[in-house]
Design a protein around this ligand. Structure first.
Ligand SMILES: [Zn+2]
Ligand SMILES: [Zn+2]
Length: 220
């Protein structure tokens, strides 16, 4: 772990006044504001439900995405994930919390579980670390251990949607009674949504009445 000096921008190293990012990098961050499908957050011309969600609705009911997954946000997320630089959390978590504050409050906030093997390797679960301040700011109970990742799935990169879906099948276990509960699942990046779909399926099996995907960044 290394600490970033508070007077140097976390991305470009330029001088800042007690800020993590300089004004230029802050302006470059791609806040996601385009009209998008309310279910999967992919852009649609008028913000209507997209064709894919109409044809085969995912197990989650809506997606909130704070950023689109572009430079320089991808670098920030990467730095956070692999350096464990916890100072970056606020930049990642705050816009998502602000977005979520405009939506109905869920009963529980559930960080995407990390497989114990990965957790040991990395030392922390990035989704849990991002969920912690959001849970505090919005006053939503954190369900950190409600679900377990029982199977470590090989990297999803390069897999087609269908392969991704079977790749994550049966990757989660949940013993909690979630009858009638509204759950928000927090993940750092949503790519195809296959992992979020699978965990949402399990949560609905446990009785959850509604599942929202809260993601820091959406791959477009
Ligand atoms: Zn900068
Ligand atoms: Zn959609």
């Amino acid at each position: 772990m290394h600490t970033i000096l508070p007077h140097h921008c976390a991305l470009c190293g330029a001088g800042t006044l007690n800020r993590l990012l300089c004004a230029g990098c802050d302006a470059d961050l791609s806040h996601y504001r385009a009209p998008a499908c309310p279910i999967c957050a992919l852009p649609t011309p008028a913000g209507q439900v997209c064709g894919a969600c109409l044809q085969r609705p995912p197990a989650f009911d809506r997606t909130l995405a704070a950023f689109s997954y572009h430079f320089p946000l991808d670098r920030l997320l990467h730095a956070f994930k692999y350096s464990g630089n916890l100072a970056l959390i606020e930049i990642l978590a705050k816009p998502l919390a602000q977005l979520a504050a405009d939506h109905p409050k869920p009963d529980l906030l559930l960080p995407m579980p990390l497989h114990p093997g990965r957790l040991k390797e990395r030392g922390f679960n990035q989704s849990l670390e991002i969920a912690k301040p959001i849970s505090r700011w919005l006053d939503i109970p954190l369900a950190a251990d409600a679900c377990q990742r029982t199977r470590d799935t090989p990297s999803q990169t390069g897999l087609k949607w269908k392969e991704r879906r079977s790749n994550v099948r049966g990757a989660f276990a949940c013993d909690l009674d979630l009858c009638g509960k509204k759950i928000a699942v927090l993940d750092d990046v949503m790519t195809t949504g296959a992992t979020l779909n699978e965990i949402s399926r399990i949560l609905k099996n446990r009785g959850a009445s509604e599942v929202s995907a809260w993601v820091v960044a959406r791959t477009l």
